[in-house]
Design a protein around this ligand. Structure first.
Ligand code: NDP
Length: 250
């Protein structure tokens, strides 16, 4: 069986893992976790200097906007030429621009769907044909608890994350027969830069007050869940992991 690993060169070598949105928060923590497990990495985000500052071994860092399908595919090709076929992609890049639909600028809706939905599909497409051909591989899509239920000021963000949940479920049906796993990770609030891009200052202050009122998850908590799902035997798919701070009520 072709394991998808670079076994010709080194039987102990771990296969390539691709992570989008690796310059901060959950993506950077996941990069550290997978690197510690011995995987060579392709790390993508626009701020490549932040990725390089992680200082991880066997890592290709590329400044890629996930809304650019060709740039994502090109970086994957380059990494596969160096490290062998991608066995894992963590589609993590995302933006959260909270606000009320009645007042929110429409370009904020477009950005969320562009990055959270179209960008995620670009990641999937860059690795999936190879995974199907090899009969193995894992796609981990980072959604949110806001992809399962609704919250105030989250309408469009929630819509983009419900899309991630729905597409992940359907994609699993598409590829299960080819030995490819699809995992959805749905975290509650995590201490990252995610909120910083919201432009409505009142909404931002409200959400910050909620975050300050409890001990939210750390990015490492989500990275550990991603590592746990990936390390299951290939015949086991943890279809969805939902995790939130114990103190998060809703
Ligand atoms: P951060 O803002 O800390 O990280 C977001 C990452 O996405 C950054 O690395 C950023 O890199 C990258 N990114 C954003 N836009 C693009 C783009 N167009 N092209 C490439 N990369 C992009 O937030 P988190 O770590 O919290 O977010 C990671 C994921 O987790 C997101 O999908 C988010 O929705 C999800 N999530 C987060 C929760 C939270 O409470 N923090 C809760 C539930 C889910 P750069 O700007 O350098 O391009």
């Amino acid at each position: 069986m072709n394991t998808g690993m670079n076994t010709d060169m080194n039987p102990a070598a771990k296969p390539l893992a691709v992570i989008t949105g690796a310059s901060s928060g959950i993506g950077a923590a996941t990069a550290r976790t997978l690197s510690a497990l011995g995987h060579p990495l392709l790390l993508l985000a626009r701020r490549v200097e932040r990725i390089e500052a992680l200082g991880l071994p066997d890592t290709l860092a590329r400044s890629v906007d996930v809304t650019d399908a060709e740039a994502v595919a090109g970086a994957v090709r380059e990494a596969e030429a160096l490290y062998g076929p991608a066995d894992l992609i963590v589609n993590n890049a995302g933006v959260m621009l909270l606000g009320e639909v009645s007042r929110q600028p429409a370009d904020e809706w477009e950005r969320m769907f562009d990055v959270n939905v179209r960008g995620l599909l670009h990641g999937v497409r860059a690795v999936l044909p190879g995974m199907i051909e090899r009969g193995r591989g894992t796609v981990i899509n980072v959604s949110s608890v806001a992809g399962r239920k609704t919250y105030a000021n989250h309408t469009v963000y929630s819509g983009s994350k419900f899309a991630v949940h729905g597409m992940s479920e359907s994609l699993r049906e598409e590829v299960a027969g080819h030995g490819v796993r699809v995992v959805t990770i749905a975290p509650g609030a995590v201490e990252t830069e995610l909120l910083s891009h919201t432009t409505d200052e009142v909404v931002k202050a409200d959400y910050q007050a909620f975050k300050d009122s409890i001990e939210v998850l750390a990015p490492e908590d989500v990275a550990a869940a991603i590592g746990f799902a990936y390390q299951q035997p290939q015949r086991v798919t943890l279809r969805e992991l939902v995790l939130a701070a114990t103190a998060q009520v809703a």
